[in-house]
Design a protein around this ligand. Structure first.
Ligand code: NAD
Ligand code: KPL
Length: 306
């Protein structure tokens, strides 16, 4: 029997990275592109190109728009957090009764929005440390090897298709604690990314702002504990320092978005953290002040601040 098709929504950096690896392992893959114009542009070329260690390979992956009629049983959602809910809503009429979705979005908030919209589908949340960027349309560069944790807060048992990820060479692990992973990553991103934007610096330069980073970590740890995520708070400040040192030469993803004039995922990182603090009646003044500074900075650049 033919393995079910993986539909990939969002042919950007991570979508291309996943689609190419799945397709070359023999799994049927179809891209879902935004509209007819994007589909025509894609079909005018040879397919999706993945660059790994300087070597390019192009894969002629099938593509369609939302208007295609084929049912979608397995969907990889690879757009940004702020696009996920709307994009999945457009596809909802095509989802089969027992559809499974893998949500690759960073931060928190978008996954719950998608899951709430589709109570009959299985929504698997992912947290990835893999790194990819898109030098131009239909190309992705695999820039950083990493790992992807997958889990379903509503159902602890793994899906039946995880072996396909092994065959595709996608390093992953199923975890019953995916929310802990996502909260921990959110806290790391909140402690590092906004400051790199405000100081316009690489991650390593935050070593010169160690007090400010430590104060934010203390507030983030308090927030995690109040949100029922005490494990995500353990040694947070140490890990933040470790990540700053290990990625000293890099610009954070938020810095890259802002410096390229792109919308950031602030609403799903710092915005989510501050909204959670308010819901739990926690006064976290440094986190709130950081959000106000970042919002003002983004507005000054004419970029969305949610
Ligand atoms: P990206 O901007 O490179 O790709 C997103 C793609 O989604 C774009 O091609 C965009 O055109 C497409 N898209 C948006 N709305 C759509 C719609 N309605 N229909 C069809 N396509 C649509 O983004 P990315 O870097 O791949 O990031 C995706 C998610 O993965 C983000 O939440 C990001 O934080 C997370 N993430 C990325 C990396 C990375 O290294 N790139 C690593 C870890 C996590
Ligand atoms: O995930 C990151 C990002 O840039 O988004 C790191 C490198 C951990 C910095 O927060």
């Amino acid at each position: 029997m033919l393995a079910p098709t993986w539909h990939v929504l969002g042919a950007g950096s991570l979508g291309t990275l996943w689609a190419c690896r799945l397709a070359r392992s023999g799994v049927p893959v179809r891209l879902i592109l935004r509209d007819e114009a994007r589909l025509r542009a894609y079909l005018a070329g040879p397919g999706l190109t993945l660059v790994e260690q300087g070597v390019s390979h192009t894969y002629a992956i099938a593509a369609e728009t939302f208007d295609s009629q084929t049912p979608v049983a397995r969907l990889l959602v690879a757009c940004k957090a702020y696009d996920a809910e709307h994009a999945v809503a457009r596809l909802a009429p095509r989802l089969s009764a027992n559809a499974e979705l893998v949500l690759l979005q960073n931060g928190l908030g978008s996954q719950d929005a998608v899951a709430a919209m589709l109570p009959q589908a299985r929504c698997i949340f992912a947290s990835s440390t893999e790194g990819a960027f898109r030098p131009r349309d239909w190309h992705a560069v695999f820039a950083g090897h990493g790992f992807t944790w997958l889990g379903d807060p509503a159902r602890p048992q793994p899906p039946l298709w995880l072996h396909q990820l092994d065959q595709a060479g996608i390093p992953h692990q199923w975890t019953p604690d995916i929310l802990t992973r996502l909260w921990r990553k959110l806290a790391l991103n909140c402690a590092i990314n906004p400051l790199t934007v405000l100081y316009d610096c690489r991650n390593g330069e935050l070593q010169q702002h160690a007090c400010e980073v430590a104060t934010l970590c203390a507030e983030l740890a308090e927030l995690l504990e109040h949100c029922g995520q005490p494990e995500a708070a353990v040694d947070l400040a140490c890990e933040v320092q470790r990540v700053i040192a290990a990625t000293a030469a890099n610009f954070s993803s938020m810095h890259q978005d802002v410096s390229h004039g792109r919308r950031s995922e602030i609403g799903y990182l710092l915005g989510y953290a501050c909204a959670a603090a308010q819901r739990h009646n926690r006064s976290l003044p440094h986190l709130r002040q950081l959000q106000a500074r970042l919002v003002a900075h983004l507005q000054g650049k004419g970029l969305p601040s949610v």
